[in-house]
Write a protein that binds this ligand. Sequence first.
Ligand SMILES: [Zn+2]
Length: 123
Amino acid sequence: MQQIEENVIKSFRLAKNDIIRLQRDFLSLSQAEERIMELLDGLKASQADIFQRIREMEHGSKPIAAALKHSNARKGYVASKVGKSYHRKNCPFAHNIKNKTKVIFYTKSKAENLGLKACRCVA
Ligand SMILES: [Zn+2]
């Protein structure tokens, strides 16, 4: 009789330990869940930040493109539709070309492909 009683007490103690362990596991699981939620929030925030940066970069590249275009235009060469040579934009001959007959080239080869000769100002 005493043996049975001891066994029952032992079983209850084991069961109680199991329950305590389960409660502990459950607690750490819900803590892990909370941590995951925090990480997800952080990810969402950094994703939004990345999108914001991409938008800024896209906007930022526009002035750069415009500046490049502008510098190309300044580097360009000009010729008269009725002339035989091409010039730098700051050449005195270039200033004499009337807007109506003026042609702009961004590269020397574009002008030379049309059979135009380089003025002394280009060399
Ligand atoms: Zn010239």
